[in-house]
Ligand binder design. Structure first.
Ligand SMILES: [Zn+2]
Length: 212
């Protein structure tokens, strides 16, 4: 009887040790927060029956898939069609101690095409490096135009996008083509996997350069 108790105790100890190792391992993992822009009643930009909120969610899910493959922990702001306030988006990223935050959107204008990435007007080096790593990978896919890394908002450098201003970690906001441009939409539909992979690869590159 005593021998069985001994074996049982050893087994329990081993299981506890294993759980602790797994928790510690998970704690050391880099966390990337992916923010699929808009959602729910907030459909974002519209072109005919195409809603920005659906494009952003689809790409966000694909980026997650590629990051998971690289053993990176991903926090999704939303993984379904639901409304999440801007404040809540930042709270999620900050509370989960994300190492990086990337917001995915699509542009909208009477004219214009191509991809651009926005950073906070403070022009932190980490944000710029992060955005550059992503846009360089996107440049190698089939895009109409690389509009570059920009600071502040469309109204200038005196304002910032809420999610970039209120997240504590390196962050950027990707405008993945214009929903108002037919060719941009066609390219997105044809290359959504390539775009998502490029975004993930840019993130991975930034993570790896940080480790050095
Ligand atoms: Zn948007």
């Amino acid at each position: 009887m005593k021998r069985y108790i001994k074996i049982l105790l050893i087994a329990i100890l081993l299981i506890v040790a294993f759980i602790i190792i797994m928790i510690l391992k998970d704690k050391n993992k880099i966390v990337v927060c992916i923010d699929a822009g808009h959602g729910g009643d907030d459909v974002g930009a519209i072109r005919d029956k195409r809603y920005e909120k659906n494009d952003t969610l689809e790409i966000a899910k694909l980026v997650k898939k590629y990051l998971k493959k690289r053993n990176i922990k991903v926090v999704m702001i939303r993984d379904k069609d639901k409304a999440v306030s801007l404040e809540e988006r930042c709270n999620i990223a900050n509370k989960r101690n994300a190492d990086f935050f990337v917001s995915i959107h699509r542009n909208s204008a009477k004219t214009g095409n191509g991809i651009e990435i926005w950073c906070n007007s403070t022009k932190r080096e980490e944000d710029t490096d992060f955005a550059n790593a992503i846009i360089e990978k996107l440049q190698n896919t089939d895009i109409q135009k690389n509009r570059g890394v920009k600071y502040g908002t469309i109204d200038g450098e005196n304002s910032d996008y809420y999610v970039l201003k209120n997240t504590d970690m390196p962050s950027c906001l990707i405008e993945l083509g214009f929903i108002t441009d037919e060719k941009d939409n066609q390219l997105l539909d044809e290359h959504k996997k390539d775009y998502a992979k490029a975004i993930a690869e840019g993130i991975v590159e930034k993570i790896e350069s940080r480790k050095k």
